[in-house]
Ligand binder design. Structure first.
Ligand code: C2E
Ligand code: MG
Ligand code: MG
Ligand code: MG
Length: 277
């Protein structure tokens, strides 16, 4: 009896596993052609100056408009892209498209704000990173101060190497922001040694801020720290008025989150957030 059911369980799980693997291989194969097929798109999420309700920047967030599955979020395909070595090609596409779009907005009466682009760890450690970012800026005509690169603490496994990369990027004139701040290791020593312009407070600290005094204390401390280090600070993942009020009460004006807007396709960002300048 037991043996039998064990065997059929195994059959069930191995079938599930097989299906999962099959699905992954299909996604990977399809992803290889996704760039050429124009299936990758960037959404843009506003970063708002909360007191004045003005947009001070946008973060570019990748989506895959899959022919049969619809719009897929990065969590579904970026890990596959990293494993399959496609992340370089995708990352370069993201940078070029974000810079092209922002330059086009600047040239056509849109707001003179920067675009933030997420770098993957592999991209960050690519030897040609600085030279190809320089090339993309020249090619698209976007002035470097309008490109912000989002990196995470977890990328900086080797501090000595990372600081060199960051110094080169800094010399190029682009802004560096530290994403998901507080979720990695050694944050404080990084902040001291690295040329970082902006800290993004991770959503995990903001989520329960209205109920949890510890989270509130952590967030207040990060804001003070940023101010003392002369860095910009933005809070991610603000969804409610209550969360917004606490952030503003703690002197954090820069806000990104569903409370103001979900990430939007370019045309929707234009129609909802662009004002004549
Ligand atoms: P991230 O850089 O921390 O981006 C913020 C994520 O939080 C986005 O998810 C955004 O849609 C979501 N978010 C924003 N406001 C709220 C909110 O109020 N509530 C909640 N629950 N979520 C909110 P998304 O677009 O699914 O991206 C997930 C992650 O994928 C990003 O986290 C980033 O690490 C990565 N990613 C996205 N686009 C790219 C890209 O072009 N290149 C690379 N390398 N990574 C990317
Ligand atoms: Mg980010
Ligand atoms: Mg983040
Ligand atoms: Mg993240």
């Amino acid at each position: 009896e037991i043996k039998k059911s064990g065997k059929s369980d195994f059959g069930f799980y191995s079938k599930k596993l097989h299906e999962k693997l099959q699905e992954k291989l299909e996604l990977e194969a399809r992803l290889r052609t996704a760039i050429a097929a124009n299936e990758l798109i960037l959404y843009y999420q506003p970063q708002m100056d909360a007191p004045s309700r003005t947009m001070t920047g946008v973060e570019a967030l990748i989506r895959w408009n899959h022919p049969t599955k619809g719009i897929l979020p990065p969590a579904v395909f970026l890990p596959i892209a990293e494993e399959a070595g496609l992340i370089y090609e995708i990352g370069t596409w993201v940078l070029r498209e974000a810079c092209r779009q922002m330059k086009s907005w600047h040239d056509n009466g849109g707001p003179l704000i920067p675009v933030a682009v997420n770098l993957s760890s592999q991209q960050f450690h690519q030897p040609q990173l600085v030279s190809y970012i320089r090339a993309i800026l020249e090619e698209t005509g976007l002035p470097p101060q309008y490109l912000e690169l989002e990196i995470t603490e977890s990328m900086m496994v080797n501090a000595a190497v990372s600081v060199e990369i960051l110094k080169d990027l800094n010399a190029l004139g682009v802004r560096i922001s530290l994403d998901d701040f507080g979720t990695g290791y050694s944050s404080l020593s990084y902040l001291k040694h690295f040329p970082i312009d902006k800290i993004k407070i991770d959503r995990s600290f903001v989520k329960d801020i209205a109920q949890n005094d510890n989270d509130k204390a952590i967030v207040a401390t990060i804001i003070t720290l940023a101010q003392h280090l002369n860095m910009l600070v933005i809070a991610e993942g603000i969804e409610t008025k209550e969360q917004l009020d606490i952030l503003m009460h703690n002197d954090c004006r820069d806000i990104q989150g569903y409370y103001f807007s979900h990430p939007l396709p370019a045309e929707e960002l234009e129609s909802h957030f662009f004002v004549p300048r």
